[in-house]
Design a protein around this ligand. Structure first.
Ligand code: HEC
Ligand code: HEC
Ligand code: HEC
Ligand code: HEC
Ligand code: HEC
Length: 476
């Protein structure tokens, strides 16, 4: 009791006495207001998900609000010190500090001031924090404010998923996903603030498993059946000769009897694998659970025993790894643009020249635009002056199209270039399906993961100028 009495005399009373100055009072109001807003966030965090899932809300909850809280404390301390000093200089320090009494008008005014200022601060801090949170939930925040994700943001806007918020795929629902994402988001923010983000940013950690993301919207048993794939390829000859490949992909799915078949059906079984690189491009080990529950293990021919590494259960993302941000190869992009008419196939060698200009290394996107435009102009004005004179507009349109291809796929500042982010959906440009289906993954009993071209697709035509299959389908 005596201890408390002396604590009150020697600490609490002086604290309130010296604390009665503008700076300390405002500091007190700031501290209490930010504490209230913080508590509000924590309550939302613990009790529900009316709030937001965005990992970057860490900026507000982990940095800004605690920052204001500490700033308020500092203001109190500085105010105390100043008042003590000035009173000391004036020789006005009392021998006995006045007791704390609500009837004392000076003390009461101090308390009233803090209460009113807290209320005002609460509204200001709370509104700012709330608006910040709302803003951080928009894809434009994830992709733009945080410019390091510009490549993904650009690609996202051209994907089927451009209306799906980033958080729907990148953050698992529930408290676990939220905490994990928040820690990750805070780490990424620190990287951005300290200017040491990785270039390029790679998907080192898989996004949450498909059952927590993709399957919220997609039905894995939907019957997709066969899909006709027609690809158009322009040649490197003077005429930019166009050829077509027609593949009928057996995507499959479930039928009315619930039987699963095709590409989707085959992997709805339980398949685990071990990759030896962080991007899962090299997969020496695959374990397939047969319908009777027995497990068939496949090892690639160059693996010596089961490799070390995490086992992962295969799901949608192992094939559709670029569902929301697919970067094209230069070949794919140029063919797609040329089909649309720019670069125009009537310009001699435009495919060959265009490809060479796209694959040149430039320091920035601005350099690329200048380099591509100049390169094409030089080529046509020196090699084909007549074409240059009569088809000037098409040469310019070609330069514009090439620049656009470049700008959507190459980000020099982030070191994202051709092939940085492999697409696992096929096997021609990247290992893709052939990470497992390469014919060299064999089980102890000599079974090999199927490598027969026709299990995945029929090739009705391969690089033909006018395939019969297309004529029959009435396609030009
Ligand atoms: C439809 C689901 C989906 C949406 C929506 C989505 N992503 Fe992704 N994201 C993925 C998948 C899948 C990966 C690759 C994961 C892997 O390979 O393990 C990925 C990877 C990434 C990566 C790692 C680098 C890379 O390119 O592989 C970044 C950065 C990224 N996404 C940012 C974003 C941003 C920013 C948005 C919103 C503008 C967004 N994502 C929206 C599914 C999505
Ligand atoms: C919030 C809902 C939503 C989520 C989550 C979602 N998708 Fe989609 N996805 C859609 C819609 C809607 C379409 C159809 C878009 C269209 O046809 O324009 C689509 C289209 C697709 C397509 C076909 C078009 C294409 O781009 O090839 C694939 C493949 C696909 N999604 C895979 C995925 C995968 C893999 C995931 C998980 C990483 C996923 N989706 C997560 C809503 C979603
Ligand atoms: C083994 C690889 C693989 C896995 C695993 C896989 N897919 Fe696919 N999926 C494909 C291929 C290949 C296509 C055809 C792509 C094309 O047409 O270009 C496809 C097509 C699709 C389409 C487009 C269908 C359309 O109407 O055009 C959707 C949607 C889709 N998949 C969703 C999913 C979802 C959801 C999962 C997880 C349950 C999944 N896929 C798992 C390989 C896979
Ligand atoms: C992680 C390894 C892995 C990857 C990657 C993979 N698969 Fe498979 N796939 C398997 C295993 C294991 C089986 C079952 C063994 C078998 O039937 O050969 C299988 C079976 C299949 C089957 C059925 C084969 C049959 O005999 O009926 C098809 C079709 C198929 N996969 C297509 C694809 C396509 C298309 C891709 C790429 C988009 C792909 N797979 C990627 C592991 C993989
Ligand atoms: C494990 C399944 C699988 C096997 C086995 C397979 N492919 Fe493919 N192949 C695919 C998929 C999936 C695509 C489509 C990629 C895409 O969507 O762009 C494809 C695309 C192609 C294309 C390009 C089609 C186009 O649209 O340009 C060619 C050519 C091709 N395959 C040839 C072959 C040949 C030849 C074999 C046999 C040696 C083979 N493939 C074996 C899955 C397979």
């Amino acid at each position: 009791m005596a201890d408390f009495e002396s604590f009150r005399k020697n600490w609490i009373r002086p604290f309130f006495f010296y604390g009665n100055n503008r700076l300390s009072l405002i500091g007190g109001a700031l501290t209490s207001a930010s504490a209230l807003v913080l508590i509000g966030f924590w309550v939302i965090d613990v009790f529900g998900h009316g709030g937001s899932n965005n990992p970057y809300i860490g900026i507000i909850v982990d940095f800004a609000l605690p920052g204001l809280f500490v700033l308020g404390l500092l203001m109190i301390a500085v105010g105390l010190l100043f008042r003590q000093r000035s009173l000391k200089a004036a020789g006005e320090i009392p021998t006995v500090f006045p007791s704390i009494d609500m009837r004392d008008p000076v003390f009461r005014h101090g308390i009233e001031f803090v209460a009113i200022a807290t209320a005002i601060n609460f509204v200001i801090v709370g509104t700012a924090a709330y608006r910040g949170v709302a803003y951080m939930d928009t894809p434009s925040f994830c992709g733009q404010a945080c410019h390091v994700m510009d490549p993904e943001f650009q690609a996202y806007h051209m994907s089927s998923h451009r209306a799906v918020p980033c958080t729907d795929c990148h953050i698992a629902p529930g408290v676990g996903g939220f905490v994990h994402a928040k820690m990750n988001g805070t780490k990424q923010l620190a990287n951005v603030l300290l200017h040491n983000w990785p270039t390029p940013i790679m998907a080192e950690q898989k996004i949450p498993t498909a059952d927590k993301t993709c399957l919220n919207c997609h039905n894995p048993e939907r019957n997709i059946g066969d899909r006709i794939h027609i690809s158009n390829t322009f040649g490197d000859d003077e005429k930019n000769s166009l050829t077509h490949t027609v593949a009928v992909l057996h995507v499959g799915g479930g039928n009315v009897l619930g039987q699963m078949s095709g590409i989707h059906g085959a992997h709805s079984a339980h398949i685990e694998y071990i990759a030896t690189d962080s991007g899962a491009q090299t997969i020496p080990y695959v374990a397939y659970t047969n319908p009777d529950g027995s497990i068939t293990e496949y090892l690639s021919s160059d693996a010596k025993g089961t490799p070390a590494g995490n086992r992962r259960t295969m799901d949608c993302i192992d094939c559709h790894n670029r569902a929301a941000h697919s970067f094209e190869t230069a070949e794919q992009a140029l063919d797609r643009f040329m089909v649309a008419g720019a670069p125009n196939a009537s310009l001699p060698f435009v495919h060959k020249q265009g490809m060479a200009l796209l694959k040149t290394e430039y320091r920035t996107q601005q350099d690329a635009e200048a380099g591509i435009t100049k390169g094409l102009e030089q080529f046509y004005s020196s090699q084909y002056p007549q074409v240059y004179a009569s088809q000037r507009a098409q040469v310019e349109a070609a330069a514009k199209a090439l620049t656009s291809i470049y700008d959507h796929n190459i980000f020099p500042a982030m070191k994202v270039t051709w092939g940085t982010h492999p697409n696992n959906l096929g096997h021609n440009d990247y290992p893709g399906c052939f990470r497992c289906h390469d014919g060299s993954h064999t089980s102890k009993s000599g079974k090999t993961i199927n490598n027969d071209c026709t299990t995945c697709h029929n090739l009705a035509a391969t690089d033909e100028a006018s395939p019969k299959a297309m004529t029959e389908l009435g396609l030009p």
